[in-house]
Structure formats: C-alpha cells, structure tokens
Design a protein. Structure first.
Length: 437
C-alpha cells in the first residue's frame, strides 16, 4: 500500500475575506515503519488498544509546521537542531488560549472522502491569534506528538493533557533490575553498579531479546545471565555513594562517555571508556567549587558530543559546563520553560525533558505540552542503538522501562515557497492522504 500526501494551506484575511491558497505534495519517511518495529522483550508491540482501533488518526493524526525546510530523506524521521516550530495541532482537539502555537482539528471537514476509502483528509485550523509566523515545512506526526510539539518558542507557554504526552502509545517493558542502565546496544543491556565497601564501579551486560532472541534470555534482566565487563577502582579521592541519578550516556566514534549525579548531590562524575570497555580512559569530577554553582536536583545530562555537562542550580536555571575547563560555565537561555527534573530522550543536539526541549544550536530551552505528572518520571538518558526506543521512566532502585517514541516525522512537505501568517489571517491546513495499491 502506497500513501501519497498533499497539503493545501489557506490563509484568509479576516478584513477582506480574501483567501490565499498554497498547494504542495509531500514525501513519506520511514517514521511509521520505525514506530511499528517489533522490539521483542524490550517493547513488543506498537499496537496498543487505542492505536488498534484507529490507526490513521493515532499514527498520522498530528501536524507540525516549521519555519525552515527539512531535508527530504526517508531516514529523516526526527527533527534536526536549529529549527523552530511555528504551529502544531492534533486529531480531535479544539484549542483556545495559550499556547498560541496550538490550533484545532475540524472533525466536520475531516475523514474519508469516498466510499472506497482511498482518500482521507485531515483539516487543522488556527485563529488570527494562533500559529503566526513563517511556515516552510508541514509534517504529519503521531496524534500525541502533534499535541506535545517541538517547543513553543513564540508563546513561551504550555498546556497539558494527561492522555497526550511523550509516553502515549509507548507500550514499554520494565527491565527490573537494581543497576543503573547506561546503554542498549546490539541486543545487550549495559549497566553499572557501585560497591561502597570496595569503592569500585562495575560495568556488566546481559543479552536481551530485541531483534535477536537467545533461548536463555529472560524478560527480567535481574534473572538473566550476567557478564562482567569491567571493574574500575574509584579514580577520585571521594568514595562512591550508592545513589546514582540522572544517568546520561553518549556513544561517540571511538568511546563511550557516561555521567551521573551522585547523592547526596555534591558532585557529578563523567567517565570515558573505549567502546570495548577495556579500561577507564579518563574521568572528570564536576563539583560546586570547580563550577561556582550550587547544584540542585534538576536535569543533568551530556550534550551531543559529550564535551559539556548540562546541570541545574538552586535558582532553577540550567548551565553548560565545559568538561575541559570546569570554570567555563554558560547559562542556557530559557524561553518560558518549566525546568523539569528529568531528561526523557535526546535526538542529536535536541534534548527532551519532561516539560521542555533544549536545542544546542539555538542555545535555548522551550516549553512543550505534556501530561500533568510529567516531572514524576525518574528517567535516565539511556543510549539506544535504535532511535525508536526511549527510556519512559523507572521505579525504585533504577528499574528502567523502555518504550517506543511517538515523536517521529511521518511525512515531509517542504513548501515551494515559504508563507508567513500574521494576526490579520486565519489559517486552514488540509492534509489529504491518498492510498494506492
């Protein structure tokens, strides 16, 4: 089955009634195929009950309008850094007020357009006060991500819906262990633990059934066959504590970098290993004395190339700390975001926290729409070979759960010429999907 998309954007001048209409065709990405991938024991099915009952509106029921044209490539399934969202909307939602990026869904004009069920139409609308700005690209996404969006940079506000958030349709599986998971790679889960008696750090791995199954695998990795990879004597002068929170992991071309907050919150540790975990290559101890910051239990994670650590202070601000010069500390510009406690996942230089997104290239933090309990989840920034998986939370003792991400770009429709909506205009976006054999 092939799907062809066509976008019609109507800008209506409310003073004169004049309508400007813009037509463009789109391309399908691999976003849907990635979402539907089976992840074995880690995350078996994408077909939750809500998805099963209405695939077209749950999996393609959100829209995102961007200020910049996107790279037209089937593998471009996540938003790149340096791009701002101008407007968003999702199936079934009527929205007024803030945030002004968020529009409404016109259920009267949407739906199947013929008896053969080969043409389906989504119709989204924005009032004169909504969705104003430059529009160069229109993309369909999942229904929940159409609500959550990619950052409200214009209104600098957010709204919440407990049924539409970054965890909707995740169908995650709990890994159930008492170690801090750092990486899921090549059907192996890597995790670390500390021994406060010996003052050592141990990195271990177990096999899991992701896209390859071993009959010795178990769903509960605490009962799996464990292989000890590396034991490291504490390289610092301060003994390890048993508490490791805000774990973050980056896999670079030749190394793996892991950071964590040690509790009580007196320091962060950043350790570098070769990809084989044959040894500890280097470490950095990030302290209040070295950075002149008063640490607070806010988001902390590595940037994309692991040259900086993002940390929070007691004034609820986030900073980048240069790991090669800890005195080089820079405050990150906050565009109205509530700084959440946890990082949920990263896409290159874009980092998604519970209530906000940080774009390294733009150097800003923007609010996103999410659920009311969005700061509850004690997520860890677990590295995954497969970008469709996300750490969706954990229980006590690091019990990490992995689930599938709903923030894919299913289509890319770059307009032949960018358009700009202003407060004298309403906007209607008609996204028509045609199904052919």
């Amino acid at each position: 089955m092939r799907i062809k998309g066509h976008t019609e954007i109507q800008l209506t001048d409310v003073r004169t009634g004049k309508v400007k209409t813009f037509h463009d065709d789109n391309m399908m990405t691999n976003g849907l195929a990635e979402f539907m991938k089976n992840h074995g024991m880690l995350c078996g099915t994408p077909f939750t009950a809500e998805v099963q009952n209405d695939l077209i509106n749950t999996l393609l029921g959100g829209i995102l309008l961007f200020d910049t044209a996107l790279t037209e490539n089937v593998n471009n399934t996540r938003l790149a850094d340096g791009i701002k969202m101008t407007a968003n909307a999702c199936h079934g939602l009527t929205h007024t007020g803030d945030p002004t990026e968020l529009g409404s869904y016109d259920s009267n004009e949407s739906g199947w357009q013929n008896e053969a069920h080969t043409v389906y139409r989504h119709v989204f609308t924005w009032t004169t006060s909504q969705g104003n700005g430059r529009i160069a690209s229109a993309c369909l996404t999942s229904k929940p991500h159409g609500f959550v969006g990619e950052g409200n940079s214009t209104s600098r506000t957010r709204t919440i819906d407990n049924n539409l958030n970054i965890f909707t349709y995740s169908s995650g599986e709990q890994l159930n262990n008492d170690k801090a998971v750092i990486m899921v790679s090549d059907n192996e889960v890597y995790y670390m633990s500390v021994d406060t008696t010996d003052d050592t750090l141990t990195i271990s791995k177990v096999h899991v059934a992701d896209n390859e199954c071993d009959l010795r695998d178990t769903k509960n990795i605490s009962n799996a066959i464990e292989e000890e990879v590396l034991v490291v004597q504490n390289p610092t002068s301060t003994p390890f504590t048993s508490m490791m929170n805000h774990v973050s992991c980056r896999v670079l071309s030749n190394s793996v970098v892991v950071s964590w907050a040690e509790y009580p919150l007196s320091r962060y540790l950043v350790l570098t290993f070769p990809k084989t975990f044959a040894s500890l290559t280097s470490y950095v101890e990030v302290t209040p004395q070295a950075t002149s910051l008063t640490f607070a239990d806010l988001s902390s994670f590595l940037n994309a190339d692991a040259t900086k650590l993002i940390v929070g202070d007691n004034t609820s601000k986030l900073y980048t700390v240069d790991l090669s010069n800890l005195a080089n500390v820079t405050e990150i510009g906050n565009e109205g975001a509530t700084i959440g406690q946890n990082l949920v996942y990263s896409s290159g230089k874009r980092h998604y926290m519970a209530a906000s997104v940080y774009d390294e290239t733009l150097g800003k933090i923007y609010p996103i729409n999410n659920g009311a309990n969005d700061t509850y989840y004690k997520c860890q920034d677990v590295y995954k070979d497969d970008k469709t998986l996300s750490c969706i939370g954990n229980g006590s003792n690091y019990g990490v759960a992995l689930g599938r991400r709903n923030d894919y770009l299913a289509t890319i429709n770059n307009l032949s010429s960018a358009v700009t909506k202003d407060s004298t205009q309403t906007m209607k976006v008609i996204y028509t999907l045609t199904f052919t054999a």
